[in-house]
Structures are given as structure tokens and as C-alpha cells.
Design a protein around this ligand. Structure first.
Ligand code: FES
Length: 157
């Protein structure tokens, strides 16, 4: 059998995953944009964890890769630079500050609008960072802008 060579050390990409970059490089830069099946995706390295999401904000397509990260009730959120929408890095939920007018002294509370931004699965293997191809059988609000900006020139960081 010509194919059975146990000593071969060929570097292989894990099946079907898209290579984003070197783990060390992204840890240093803290963020990187990449194309995943044509769509703009941003990978953040924040407080010891990698997170990937569509780079174009679900609201009107703002560049999340240029946003700042803020902690809201223990959840790391990216703040869209265009209209300051907050999106959790972990789940892609849109957060909003709402008040309950029925309370005696209403104070704004952060609440979730549900998952709005498509999150991408990150895999670290052998010092490389990979993102899984999106499962398009499920849709998210950010898909509209991911499609709109598909195969465009990409974003300056
Ligand atoms: Fe992101 Fe409006 S485009 S908040």
C-alpha cells in the first residue's frame, strides 16, 4: 500500500476549516479580518478567548472590526462604530438598554434582542486559527450585509 506511511509529517488543515492565521499573530494584533466563503468575518482575541463573527453589523452593515470591546454585565460586547449597537462576542446577541415603565423608579437594564449577528466556530489546531464554514440552513440578520459586501474589496483595519 503506497499510502500507508506513518512517519510522514504532512501538515494538513483540519477537514473543511478555513485558515485565518497564526494563533500567536492574532493574540498580538487582538483582531483580524478574513474572508470565509466570500463573507467578511472578524476574529477577536479577547481575554484569553478567540471569537469570530460576521464583520458587518446586522443593523446597517457597520464595520465591527473597527469597534471597541466593552464589558456589559460580564459579557464582552463589540460596539459598532456606526450607531453604537452592542453585540456579545460569545453569542452574537444584540443588547439594548430598556426600562420597565411600570417600575416605581425605572432604571435602564441591558436586555437581549436575541442572536442577530452570525457567530463562527473557531478551532485552534497546531498553532493555527481556523473558522468553520457557515451553516446557511440557519439565517441571521447579519446575513443580509454579509451578502451585500460579499467579495468586495475588504476592510481597512
Ligand atoms: Fe452597526 Fe448601525 S450599523 S449600529
Amino acid at each position: 500500500d503506497l499510502h500507508s506511511s506513518d512517519t510522514e509529517t504532512v501538515e494538513r488543515e483540519p477537514d473543511g476549516l478555513i485558515l485565518i492565521g497564526k494563533e500567536d499573530d492574532i493574540k498580538k494584533s487582538q483582531r483580524i479580518t478574513a474572508k470565509v466563503n466570500g463573507r467578511e468575518v472578524v476574529v477577536f482575541y479577547h481575554e484569553g478567548k478567540f471569537h469570530a463573527m460576521d464583520s458587518r453589523c446586522y443593523h446597517e452593515g457597520g464595520p465591527l472590526c473597527l469597534g471597541e470591546i466593552e464589558d456589559i454585565n460580564g459579557q464582552a460586547c463589540i460596539i459598532c462604530p456606526w450607531h453604537k449597537y452592542r453585540i456579545t462576542l460569545e453569542t452574537g446577541e444584540g443588547l439594548y438598554e430598556g426600562i420597565n415603565p411600570l417600575e416605581p423608579s425605572p432604571t435602564p437594564q441591558w436586555q437581549s434582542k436575541g442572536v442577530k449577528q452570525r457567530i463562527h466556530k473557531v478551532t485552534i489546531d497546531n498553532g493555527n486559527v481556523y473558522v468553520s464554514p457557515p451553516d446557511l440552513s440557519v439565517s441571521f440578520d447579519s446575513d443580509y450585509f454579509a451578502d451585500k459586501y460579499k467579495n468586495s474589496g475588504g476592510l481597512a483595519m
